[in-house]
Design a protein around this ligand. Structure first.
Ligand code: CA2
Length: 142
């Protein structure tokens, strides 16, 4: 089983700013955690991060026929991007939405998630463990 883990804008800044919301661990720490979980589950995981909406759309499209599941934290594009929703719908690959924080308990504008409608599950507010849980959800489906 191959899982693509996508992170959207500013998630490369993890551990550098706003530790009170996103914690002190870095993006590289997150990648290491995801690879450790992949080994535990006996799956392959590939991690990618981009600040650009179209690049994320390209990666989702390219996942067709290559990956069995997608974990996506679209960052702020969660709340704005119909393009990401359409891309996930278009490929039809089981996708889990992850958020490190719980956007539903923050500002009003974070309560909308466009991509959620195309996802098999949403995991939020668990910190980095949300990615671990999302990978379990995908592995359990196979
Ligand atoms: O809680 C999450 O994972 C979010 O997807 C993170 C996004 C935010 O726009 C969503 O509402 C919820 C923001 C990611 C920005 O990450 C930073 C990390 C460190 C320092 C500054 C930003």
């Amino acid at each position: 089983m191959k899982i693509l883990v996508l992170n959207g804008p500013n998630l490369n800044m993890l551990g550098i700013r706003e530790p009170e919301i996103y914690g002190k661990a870095t993006y590289n720490d997150l990648v290491a955690l995801i690879h450790a979980q992949a080994e535990r589950l006996g799956v392959e995981a590939v991690c990618r991060q981009s600040n650009h909406e179209g690049v994320l759309v390209d990666w989702i499209q390219q996942a067709l026929g290559e990956y069995d599941g997608i974990v996506i934290n679209p960052g702020a594009y969660t709340h704005t991007s119909v393009a990401l929703l359409d891309a996930v719908k278009a490929v039809g690959i089981p996708t889990v939405e992850v958020h490190i924080s719980d956007p539903d308990t923050r500002e009003e504008f974070r309560r909308v998630s466009y991509v959620r409608a195309a996802c098999v599950a949403t995991v939020k507010g668990l910190g980095f463990d949300g990615y671990v849980r999302a990978m379990e959800i995908l592995a359990d489906r196979v």
